[in-house]
Write a protein that binds this ligand. Sequence first.
Ligand code: ASP
Length: 441
Amino acid sequence: MKKWPLHWKILFGMLLGIGFGITLTQIEGGAQFSSNFIKPFGVIFIKLLKLIAIPLIVASLVKGISDLKNISKFRNIGLRTIITYVITTVVAITIGLTLVNILKPGEGIDQQTVDTLTSTYANDAGVQSKISEAGRQRSSGPLQFIVDMVPDNAIGAMGDNSLMLQVIFFTIFLGISMLLVGEKQAKPLKKLFDSLNSVVLKMVDLIMLTAPFAVFALLTNVVVSSDNPDLLLALLKYALVVVLGLLIMVGFYSLIIALYTKKSPLWFLSKISPAQLLAFSTSSSAATLPVTMERVEEHLGVDKEVSSFVLPVGATINMDGTSLYQAVAAVFIAQALGFDLTFTDQLTIVVTALMASIGSAAVPGAGMVMLVIVLESIGFPADKLAVGLALIFAVDRPLDMCRTVINVTGDAAVSMFVAKSVGKLGAPHAQNWNDHYDEVK
Ligand code: ASP
């Protein structure tokens, strides 16, 4: 197994995990066994990745900005990044809307299935928690998201993984101020962050040694805790429409990579694949971020000046897979419950799904919370929200796994695009965990 490339090892771990999970579902007490003895290893792995996310973002963003030498370069990268993110998200939503309107997966659902799904899930704690969480997010004012971006305590912000945008805000502020004090004054701090950055990237390499085992644990747990297969089957057409849309997005990114960066899309996909497989296994682009950063910088050759900004920002605000899913799910629910959507409604979906994907947290299931807001924007009755979500709840986890892959792939593709556009796409320089092991063993 030693000589296998990392993505094959991870894939192998995933397949074994699925097989083992299926076996456990056939054994009495199997689910309990998985939750007691398998799941903890997956949880530890995700914790390890989250543990290094904030130090990595801070170290790499400070290094990225202070390497830039002037602020206008940063403005240039920032502007290109945000504009490209908005464009890719609108493309994703448009693809989702086109497919769901042509293939109409909601019209094939009979009343009996709607009733079964409603009675199974409408009062489920999972569905209810999404609705109340959406209510909490909605009750804030229109500029609240800007207010939320500014921390009142830098250390406090770094102590909470969900405050990533606050950490990014503080770090950009710090990096720009370092440029302004001049090279001589900033040098000691820059050296410290440079060194921290290399050390944390090494931690990523070390954590990734355990990835094949961790994904085994994660997928075993997904399989044993998944829903009734009959219900999954009833939603197959809807799920296939989402997956088809996501695959078209892969084609779209491949086109950008081939036409604009002149690199092979297959090379791009194989280099980024460990991050994609982790995104699939963890359903969280935030947990995957350290690996995405390592792959994009070391294996795709994107300069840190670009990746250190584009990727953490992308993990929080660019969710092409999530926005595509939100568009398909909103129209699917309307179709299944017999609501007619006008052209204006569909345009409203484009705008709200764009905002909703920006507002979705990069954690499992977050896309469904913001879906509530998309549904409300097209006048979906509040008393039917639980029924609407109940319709898609059974397949949410597998679709979450797939859309998270696209969220991560989109961030990586955009970072290559932006890097190329500012002349910062260089040669890959992959590091191994044991590059200096002989010196210290
Ligand atoms: N799980 C997704 C992510 O972390 C968000 C979502 O669509 O629920 O990227």
